[in-house]
Each structure stands twice: as structure tokens, then as C-alpha cells.
Design a protein. Structure first.
Length: 224
């Protein structure tokens, strides 16, 4: 049986074993849109660099992912599991020593059919129950809840989009010490995000915007 370059798995503990190349998504694209690319802007295709490695060269490979890019890429990869047609958000909870504790994406609660609940942003009749908002669990919440009973206290949360105020409350209450986000959504105009920023600051949760070292990363499913 052929070996794949990357084995995608469903649990956070096995997910932490990812090695070098993964994620079929573009960092600088809108997290709402699925992407079919992820290349290194400086070094080209990561898989090509590995295959062209001189077997007599004792030096380590160049162009490997930084920790920040690695964890944010996993958040982007998790977002690809979301069935929301308008916005796909992913999150990755990481321990202080770099161990992945939980991953999540936006979707309906367990046991609630995503074929029977609405995905619409607006209702033609004006009924909010005909939209997704009363039902969806956010990626940040799912990542925290998917920790396999590990505590979130003192950990870092990587998320593709800045958390809203409801998620900020859960982030604070769970003890997360740092939030690393990729995209700001109307941070200075939307009440939910202004309140989120205020709450996180008051609670002493460090917040920073991710600055990727690579524009893109490419994942190829082929024999190593």
C-alpha cells in the first residue's frame, strides 16, 4: 500500500505528530474562502526541496515552518472541515511547551444535523431562527472543548479570525493566556469585537496578530 506524505487525523493528540508539510490553504486569502494552494513564497515547493536533498549533506533542511506558522496552518486546515458556506473558521489550542491540545472549527453541536438546521446568514421572513447564528458553535469554543480533558489554563489559542465577545468570555474563563489571530473582522466598528478586545485586555490575555514567515504552504498527497 502506498504511503502518503501526510496522514490527516481526527484527534488533537495524533494531530500533534504532523511533521513538515500540510495544509491546503492560502494564508493571505480570506478565511471564508476555500483555497487550493499553499506554497512557500521564498523557497518554492517544500516537497521538491526534500526530494532534491543531497544525501551526503549533513545540514538540516532550510525553509521549514516556524512554530507560529505551523500552529496557524493547523487552524486553517481545521477550518476546511467547516460546512458553513459563508465563513470557515479554525482554531488550534497549544500548550506552553508546543503540544497541540485541541482543534476546532465552526459548526453545529454534536448530534445536531447540519442538514436540518439552516446555514443562512439572513432570513427572508426576518425570523432569526431561520439563520445559523442561534445554532453554531464557534471554532474557539470547539478547540477548548476538544482538549481531551487537558486544561486550557496558561495556553495559547491560534485562530484564523479574531474572536467575538462571546468567545472571548469562554477564552478568559478557560484560562487561555494568549490569543494569536490572523484576520480582524471590523475590530473597531463591530460591538461584539470591540467588547471582545476590551474583555481580553482587562483579563490580561495577550493578543497578537499572526505575522507569517511564508506566504503559502503546499500540501501534496503522494509517495515520499
Amino acid at each position: 500500500m502506498n504511503c502518503r506524505e501526510v496522514a490527516l487525523v481526527s484527534t488533537a493528540t495524533i494531530f500533534g505528530a504532523f511533521a513538515s508539510a500540510f495544509v491546503y490553504h492560502t494564508f493571505f486569502s480570506n478565511p471564508r474562502k476555500h483555497s487550493s494552494r499553499i506554497n512557500s513564497s521564498k523557497n518554492g515547493d517544500v516537497s521538491e526541496k526534500r526530494s532534491s536533498k543531497d544525501p551526503f549533506d549533513p545540514s538540516k533542511r532550510k525553509g521549514y515552518l516556524s512554530w507560529d506558522d505551523y500552529f496557524m496552518a493547523i487552524a486553517f486546515l481545521s477550518a476546511e472541515r467547516s460546512k458553513d458556506p459563508n465563513r470557515q473558521v479554525g482554531a488550534c489550542l497549544v500548550s506552553q511547551n508546543g503540544i497541540i491540545l485541541g482543534i476546532g472549527y465552526n459548526g453545529f453541536p454534536r448530534g445536531c444535523s447540519d442538514d436540518q438546521l439552516p446555514w443562512a446568514k439572513l432570513s427572508k421572513s426576518g425570523d432569526p431562527l431561520e439563520t445559523k447564528y442561534p445554532y453554531v458553535c464557534h471554532a474557539e469554543v470547539n478547540a477548548i472543548l476538544n482538549t481531551n480533558h487537558a486544561t486550557a489554563a496558561g495556553q495559547r489559542l491560534y485562530v484564523t479570525m479574531f474572536p467575538c465577545n462571546e468567545c472571548a468570555k469562554i477564552i478568559i474563563q478557560s484560562g487561555v493566556s494568549e490569543v494569536v489571530y490572523f484576520v480582524e473582522k471590523r475590530l473597531n466598528t463591530d460591538t461584539a469585537y470591540v467588547a471582545s478586545h476590551k474583555l481580553l485586555k482587562m483579563a490580561g490575555v495577550k493578543v497578537r496578530k499572526h505575522q507569517p514567515q511564508m506566504d503559502q504552504i503546499l500540501l501534496k498527497f503522494k509517495e515520499p
